[in-house]
Design a protein around this ligand. Structure first.
Ligand SMILES: Cc1cc2nc3c(=O)[nH]c(=O)nc-3n(C[C@H](O)[C@H](O)[C@H](O)COP(=O)(O)OP(=O)(O)OC[C@H]3O[C@@H](n4cnc5c(N)ncnc54)[C@H](O)[C@@H]3O)c2cc1C
Length: 342
């Protein structure tokens, strides 16, 4: 059976997805199943790899490893003929409605471009903490609050967000402190009042070490010799949004630096879409997957409309009419009755 992509310029893909994390893979599965010629280009640093047991993704009552989710997603997309390349796109430009992407290894061209490049959560600047990432050091209370119920929790941070994190964590544990790690508190008066009203202890000294064994935090050591028993830490140091490619194409960003999108994940640049944590959506796997699917559907619809406008669908139909059976056979009613009786 002939496919639409068979008639296209082989040098230019219908769709390229930059980013093979949760959003990119979800989009690729939809695009592959829509018979779109799709390439995923990925540099291999999905944040999902940091989560050993994802407990809030639909359909996995006992949880699923982030790596496993990615592996399965890749397999599923490959099953629908999506191609994969490991590369890092360094720059992008657009010429006559074609995006030209320059990777470390190669140059790629595409009619539609989906950026699913994600973000990077900044870990706290504390010695010894990196080994505990995703095991006893977390960034997100929606992802990990539930699993630390009843434990001793330190929120590392010195801004309003840190205070709100501490207040939010009270649902999960009575034992919550804020540690500013030698930073001057930057929270406003209202947040300071809340800290006092809810009697949340604040430790302002520098954290000199994180005592941990087998990735499990046991205590925080503070300058001056105090040691506080802590089981889990959450940090609110901020994120780096991977928006460089969007900025090159002059896509609009919001005031937090995330790529602005409409409900169908279209950016302000025609033909350019974005999905996942690089957009203003809450940074959750299931949301990233949903956004990837929404972007793919919009891309598919836009390419379909373009094929009507440019008559490329008509050219495709001409090949079908020439080479394939296009009218269902007529079966006489007598033959049908005979078949039924048998
Ligand atoms: C420690 C930790 C625990 C978490 N736990 C949970 C949890 O339990 N539940 C939950 O829902 N969420 C959790 N998250 C959040 C989850 O990981 C993200 O929501 C999800 O990975 C976002 O998907 P994404 O596709 O937007 O980005 P990612 O999955 O991060 O994928 C982005 C991809 O783009 C690639 N990329 C970026 N720039 C380029 C480029 N220029 N060229 C080529 N490739 C590029 C990257 O290499 C990466 O593979 C956790 C995050 C962390 C850090």
């Amino acid at each position: 059976m002939i496919q639409h992509k068979d008639l296209d310029d082989p040098q230019t893909r219908e769709v390229i997805v930059v980013g093979g994390g949760i959003a990119g893979l979800s989009a690729a599965i939809y695009l592959g199943r829509a018979q779109r010629d799709t390439l995923i280009i990925d540099s291999g640093h999905s944040m999902a790899k940091w989560e050993p047991v994802v407990e809030n993704y639909l359909g996995f009552p006992r949880g699923v490893g982030g790596e496993e989710l990615l592996k399965n997603g890749e397999q599923q997309a490959k099953h629908h003929e999506v191609r994969f390349v490991q590369d890092e796109i360094q720059t992008v430009s657009s010429k006559k409605s074609v995006f030209v992407l320059k990777g470390k290894k190669k140059i790629y061209r595409t009619k539609r471009l989906l950026l699913a490049t994600g973000i990077f959560h900044l870990p706290p600047e504390i010695p010894g903490v990196k080994e505990c990432l995703g095991h006893s050091m977390f960034f997100c209370k929606d992802c990990d609050g539930y699993r630390v119920r009843g434990k001793r929790i330190a929120i590392i941070g010195s801004n309003n967000e840190a205070v709100e994190y501490a207040l939010g964590m009270l649902h999960y544990s009575a034992c919550v402190i804020v540690a500013t790690n030698d930073r001057k508190p930057g929270w406003d008066k209202r947040h300071a009042r809340w800290l006092a009203e809810y009697e949340i202890p604040v430790e302002r000294k520098r954290i000199t070490d994180v005592d941990h064994r087998r990735r499990k935090i046991r205590a925080l050591d503070f300058a001056g010799g105090t040691c506080v028993k802590i089981d889990y830490i959450f940090t609110t140091r901020g994120d780096i949004f991977h928006t460089g490619l969007a900025e090159k194409l002059r896509a609009k960003l919001d005031s937090d630096g995330q790529i602005k999108v409409d409900q169908c994940m279209r950016t302000s640049v025609p033909g350019l879409y974005a999905a996942g944590c690089v957009t203003p959506a809450n940074c959750q796997m299931i949301i990233a997957a949903g956004q990837g699917a929404a972007a793919a559907q919009a891309i598919n619809r836009d390419l379909f409309e373009e094929s009507l406008a440019t008559h490329s669908l008509r050219r495709f139909r001409e090949v079908q009419l020439a080479d394939e059976k296009t009218v269902p056979e007529n079966v006489s009613s007598a033959a049908r009755r005979k078949k039924k009786r048998r």
